[in-house]
Design a protein around this ligand. Structure first.
Ligand SMILES: Nc1ncnc2c1ncn2[C@@H]1O[C@H](COP(=O)(O)OP(=O)(O)OP(=O)(O)O)[C@@H](O)[C@H]1O
Ligand SMILES: [Mg+2]
Length: 240
């Protein structure tokens, strides 16, 4: 890897404004995430975390500002083009096909089916339960298993950047631990950059290198999770 590619952010957002018809939610969000970095976006309910991810992904229009992925300005791109550039998105709402099998859900993520067997092996390494339930209807999986399926599906395509919206919510501790291991291992093995929207401060701080706190659609604080006082500072923002 050259110095230039190391310096180029995996994801950069600058002065981003966006929201819904008639309501501006994001008021000039600026942040950047480097390759192989895990970046947590924290904030209370309704502060604009999901809106930010959806705008990054092209699912909501950017009214002002820019979103860059691996140096390309994707601000006006359709979601499928952003996906093809190497961005995976794990939405907050359940988005698996309940009536299809686990394997069918995974297969739909891939454009190149010749790779499927090999990628299915990767999923089996991450979450063995998904392999053993391959032919089972996805809607019959437990809530936690469905989240494993969502993450498996997002990682299947070998993304460069993955955006994950509140994956730890409602998960049992053992599953949270496994998720953390998988995400850290993929980051180490592939240089994947991970943007993690979370309300679980413990999970976010244990996993992330850096964080930003979002309040009413604006970044009010950023820092390194290893910094002394990071937790106190984040928690203060989450109660006030
Ligand atoms: N489809 C929508 N149409 C209009 N306004 C919306 C829509 N979805 C969300 N909002 C509003 O946008 C603001 C930000 O919502 P958003 O879902 O981005 O927050 P969030 O930080 O992800 O919250 P949570 O932690 O509850 O998921 C809120 O005021 C919300 O009511
Ligand atoms: Mg949300």
């Amino acid at each position: 890897m050259t110095a230039q590619t190391l310096e180029r952010p995996a994801l950069a957002v600058e002065g981003l404004e966006g929201g819904y018809a008639g309501s501006v939610v994001l008021h000039g969000v600026t942040l950047d995430v480097r390759p192989a970095e895990i970046f947590a976006i924290l904030g209370k309910n309704g502060m604009g975390k999901t809106t930010l991810l959806k705008t990054m992904m092209g699912l909501l229009p950017a009214r002002r500002g820019r979103v860059e992925v691996l140096g390309a300005d994707v601000s006006r791109w359709a979601p499928y083009r952003i996906t093809r550039l190497g961005v995976s998105y794990v939405p907050q709402e359940k988005s698996i096909f309940q009536d299809l099998s686990v394997e069918e859900n995974l297969r739909l993520a891939l454009r190149e089916l010749s790779e499927f067997a090999e990628r299915l092996d990767a999923v089996a390494r991450w979450f063995p339960i998904l392999k053993s339930r391959g032919r089972q209807r996805a809607g019959t999986l437990s809530g936690g298993e469905q989240k494993m399926l969502l993450i498996g599906r997002a990682l299947l395509t070998r993304p460069r950047v993955v955006l994950v919206d509140e994956i730890s919510e409602g998960l049992q501790p053992a599953m949270v631990t496994r998720l953390r291991e998988v995400l850290m291992e993929e980051r180490r093995a592939t240089g994947l950059a991970i943007v993690l929207v979370e309300q679980n401060v413990d999970f976010a701080l244990a996993l992330a290198d850096r964080y930003a706190v979002l309040k009413v659609g604006a970044v009010v604080e950023t820092g390194r999770t290893a910094d002394a006082g990071a937790r106190e500072s984040v928690e203060r923002h989450l109660v006030l």
